[in-house]
Write a protein that binds this ligand. Structure first.
Ligand SMILES: *Cc1c(COP(=O)(O)O)cnc(C)c1O
Length: 398
């Protein structure tokens, strides 16, 4: 019988330990394993190459993303960087222009030193993507919805295009997780995750995951994981496994609140623009709902100017003001100075990541509490604004 995603999170191969019956995956600390036979080694020999606790997590994520094999790394960037080691000198990668800042830095400042070429493109514009393909293009790298403007890329169309030129499609699925979007089922070759975010969900572990669709690519990535060695430690693997058990309910609740908050902000006269693919005003709304279950729990919004932003940030009480996203607590962040600080200001401006843009990752608080908190903070910005144009906005909680 095939279970739904929600049930699979709990009832899978690792539900009980076959030796003891323990209902929590045992943490295996051993770095080396005794071999009982000189000629025939057991499944495990050395902790970098394979470890049963890490393997339980790798198995679980492969199952959830519907791929052939999963790999756990010490961070999202370790997963992404190891995946880029699939490329060789002289290869070219086409990559979403508003990609995560750390990925931007890896491609533009590290891979470039090894003779790997890159082009940042607006992946939502397929003609543009086609026109940017070079004879040596080996990877089309997609982040959808993108960060922080939540632009939606057609995964199936990009994967088809990649396939037609013999290139791989990599998708960073951090923002949606397999609870909402499964890129491998849409034709992607490799899914990447910062498991630091929604997958673990409690702001208490840094981890990365990758899942390959076919065995051949999985074999190459397995070789690289062992060669480069940026594996996830066993305690952290256990924390991600624990977080995964509640992924479905956390996503469901956060998405519900995020869509209400997005609608509230969009109607607000003191908010210039809201970026959330669940809003019908969002260009990618239709596509988002075709390729994913919902629009996710992250949204961005633009205030009048940087001064209004500063007032807003110092006035809100509930969300933490911090980098990162995808946690039980709502996280408000400032892309220009946080996730995208690695991007030069001119590049940021080109991508629409202004100094008055905030990103919100919605957690599990009561959504009305969040809306009241935002209303108070927005009113504080209106006082600032009133000093400029002689008018005070009195708020609207309806
Ligand atoms: C955080 C993040 C990463 C990097 O992951 P780390 O775990 O911080 O190394 C990559 N992609 C996206 C979309 C992210 O949000």
């Amino acid at each position: 019988m095939s279970h739904s995603f929600q049930t699979k999170l709990l009832h899978n191969k690792h539900k009980v330990d076959p030796v003891t019956g323990a209902v929590s995956v045992p943490i295996q600390h051993a770095s080396t394993f005794h071999q009982f036979d000189v000629d025939h080694f057991g499944k495990y020999d050395y902790g970098r190459s394979a470890n049963p606790t890490r393997e339980a997590l790798e198995d679980t994520i492969a199952n959830l993303e519907e791929g052939s094999r999963g790999f756990a790394f010490s961070s999202g960037m370790a997963a992404i960087s190891t995946a880029f080691l699939l490329l060789s000198q002289g290869d070219h990668v086409l990559i979403s222009e508003d990609v995560y800042g750390g990925t931007y830095r890896m491609v533009s400042e590290v891979l470039s030193r090894y003779g790997i070429q890159y082009t940042f493109v607006d992946m939502t514009d397929l003609e543009n993507v086609k026109a940017s393909i070079l004879p040596n293009t080996k990877v089309l790298y997609v982040e959808t919805p993108s960060n922080p403007l939540l632009k939606v890329t057609d995964i199936e169309a990009v994967a088809k295009l990649a396939k037609s030129i013999g290139a791989w499609t990599f998708v960073d699925n951090t923002f949606l997780t397999p609870a909402l979007q499964k890129p491998l089922t849409l034709g992607a070759d490799l899914v990447l995750h910062s498991a630091t975010k929604f997958l673990s969900g409690h702001s208490d572990v840094v981890a990365g995951l990758a899942v390959a669709r076919d065995e051949e690519l999985a074999g190459k990535l397995s070789f690289l994981q062992n060669s480069f060695g940026a594996i996830l430690g066993v305690q952290d693997a256990w924390l991600v496994l624990r977080g995964l058990k509640t992924l479905h309910v956390r996503m469901e609740q956060s998405v519900k609140s995020a869509s209400k908050i997005a609608a509230y902000l969009e109607k607000h006269p003191l908010v210039k623009k809201v970026y959330y693919p669940g809003l019908v005003s969002h260009k990618g709304c239709g596509l988002q709902h075709r390729q994913a279950k919902s629009a996710g729990a992250v949204l961005s919004f633009e205030l009048e100017n940087e001064e209004a932003l500063r007032t807003f940030v110092s006035s809100v009480e509930i969300p933490v003001f911090a980098v990162s996203l995808g946690a039980v607590e709502s996280i408000l962040s400032y892309p220009a100075k946080m996730s995208h600080a690695a991007m030069p200001e001119a590049e940021r401006a080109k991508r629409g990541i202004s100094n008055s843009l905030l990103r919100l990752s919605v957690g599990l608080e009561d959504e009305q509490d969040l809306i009241h908190d935002f209303e108070k903070a927005l009113q504080a910005t209106s006082v600032v604004k009133a000093n400029v144009n002689g008018r005070v906005y009195h708020g609207n909680l309806g």
